[in-house]
Design a protein around this ligand. Structure first.
Ligand SMILES: Cc1cc2nc3c(=O)[nH]c(=O)nc-3n(C[C@H](O)[C@H](O)[C@H](O)COP(=O)(O)OP(=O)(O)OC[C@H]3O[C@@H](n4cnc5c(N)ncnc54)[C@H](O)[C@@H]3O)c2cc1C
Length: 459
């Protein structure tokens, strides 16, 4: 269907392959985590994987693909969890991982090529007394370009907020998808144009991220006799701006027992909060634990992987993956609870779902307030069961992003404004970038009746 042989000819010695195994491997991300996407996306395979080694090769490859009107799906570590990096219309998967150089580390700022591995960035920053403000639980294999284009927050958001909060992405250099590609440096609120846009309106080539001072974090598990205690403690921990905290991740019983590598750590019947606390704040943290009726049952250094993996790999998207190791049918939603009645809203949902569907929530800052992201975890039966849970959360006052669909707009984390439409038309005039993900003409019908997440509107 596409002129792949002609494109290969034009690519010359820029690394590229049509090896079927590589095509299959590089056409998948982690969408299997979703029972709804598992079968829906299985058959989407690229025709060619191109791996440029520098920006000049990237520009050459993009220009050639555009001349032949062949779609281009950028790809970093391929850890996206709702098919963001799956090439829905085939064509080229542009593997960005060879553009992985860390370009500079200065006073509280790091600049890297988009394909830089985030664990390498964290290590390089720490060697100079700094650390990434925010990283996803997939830090070991994700790239900074993929995080900015496909992620939303993670470890560090309990202190710094979400990626979309002002100041958490410093600047982004992007390349257009034109016959002669252009480079553009964007900063300030314009970054919103490419953040969480799945590479469907520009290819990110370089990123500047702010850093925070590095701490020797203690990774602690605090056990609570009931979910309510864990919930209130997690929310308050995120709110305590004087405490150096990187993570406040709440898991209702029996989740600690479903994460088989944690077996025996958390007492039977107890919910847990996984927290990362810096040494100067440990005494205040301990006072909070006592006040809320909890008990620290594990306390480990950053470099330790006491339960077969570092503790951040039991939180955010990894929490579900840990549960699925023992019950593959478990799934959940990206609910978002916010506002003064946040805890009451969660309690209202909890009352209806009950202990059979235990809650997992990440507490962090967003738009200047502490919010809770997550949902009850359910044993998946059918889409109706998921739709009922969406309806329950939304009727109770929460928002839900659709983590079981692939469209930017349909997922409902990034809002599409007229500026986004103009930017897409300017940077990708032939609609070749990750096609099928950014629908300009309105929301398409999806598998779940989600309303998306609510954020403060910006002018
Ligand atoms: C178990 C699990 C846990 C997760 N935890 C988190 C979490 O804590 N926080 C979070 O935010 N996300 C999380 N995710 C989602 C995902 O891992 C992260 O967003 C991750 O940072 C993506 O990086 P990547 O390099 O793997 O990107 P990829 O999967 O390769 O790509 C992600 C998206 O970005 C696009 N893209 C990649 N590189 C570029 C580029 N250079 N220019 C333009 N577009 C590009 C791709 O086309 C795709 O749309 C999780 C996923 C899983 C499976």
């Amino acid at each position: 269907m596409y002129a792949i042989s002609a494109l290969c000819h034009d690519l010359g010695d820029i690394p590229h392959t049509t090896d079927p195994m590589t095509l299959r491997r590089k056409s998948r991300d982690q969408f299997v985590i979703s029972p709804l996407l598992r079968s829906e996306l299985a058959g989407n395979i690229a025709d060619l994987v191109v791996t440029p080694r520098d920006k000049a090769e990237l520009a050459h490859a993009v220009g050639a693909a555009v001349r032949h009107r062949i779609p281009i799906t950028p790809r970093g570590g391929g850890t996206a969890n709702y098919g963001q990096s799956v090439p829905l219309r085939g064509g080229v998967v542009m593997d960005m991982t060879e553009l992985g150089a860390i370009l500079s580390i200065g006073q509280g700022v790091i600049r890297a090529q988009a394909g830089a591995n985030m664990a390498h960035m964290e290590a390089a920053a720490r060697a100079k007394g700094w650390e990434l403000r925010i990283f996803p639980s997939t830090i070991a294999s994700s790239t900074i370009g993929g995080f900015v284009a496909g992620g939303s927050g993670g470890v560090g958001s309990a202190m710094w907020g979400m990626l979309r909060d002002r100041g958490n992405i410093g600047a982004v250099e992007v390349m257009s998808a034109e016959e002669t590609p252009r480079l553009l440096e964007i900063s300030g609120d314009d970054i919103e144009l490419v953040h969480h846009a799945y590479g469907a309106n520009a290819i990110i080539t370089e990123i500047e991220m702010p850093l925070g001072p590095a701490w020797d974090w203690r990774a602690c598990i605090v056990a609570f006799p009931d979910f309510d205690g864990a919930l209130r403690f997690g929310a308050q921990l995120a709110r305590e701006t004087g405490i150096l905290r990187r993570l406040a991740s709440v898991h209702e019983w029996p989740i600690p027992s479903l994460m088989r590598d944690l077996n025996g750590v958390v007492p039977d019947g107890h919910s847990m909060v996984i927290s990362f606390i810096a040494p100067p704040s440990l005494a205040s943290f301990q006072s909070m634990v006592v006040e809320f009726g909890g008990r620290v049952v594990a306390d480990h250094g950053l470099d330790e992987a006491p339960f077969g993996a570092p503790l951040h790999e039991f939180c955010y998207g990894h929490g579900l993956r840990q549960i699925q190791k023992s019950v593959p049918a478990y799934t959940g939603l990206q609910g978002m609870f916010r506002g003064p009645g946040m805890l009451e809203t969660i309690a209202a949902v909890h009352e209806k779902t009950g202990p059979e569907e235990p809650f997992r929530l990440e507490m962090f800052w967003s738009d200047g307030e502490v919010v809770a992201m997550g949902s009850p975890q359910i044993t998946y039966r059918d889409p109706k069961q998921m739709a009922d849970l969406v309806a329950l959360i939304q009727a109770s006052g929460g928002g839900v992003a659709n983590s079981h669909t692939t469209g930017v707009r349909e997922v409902g984390i990034k809002r599409i404004t007229p500026r986004d439409v103009a930017f897409k038309r300017d940077m990708d005039p032939f609609d070749l970038l990750n096609p099928g993900k950014l629908n300009l003409d309105g929301v398409q019908e999806t598998n779940l009746p989600t309303s998306g997440w609510r954020f403060r509107a910006r002018a």
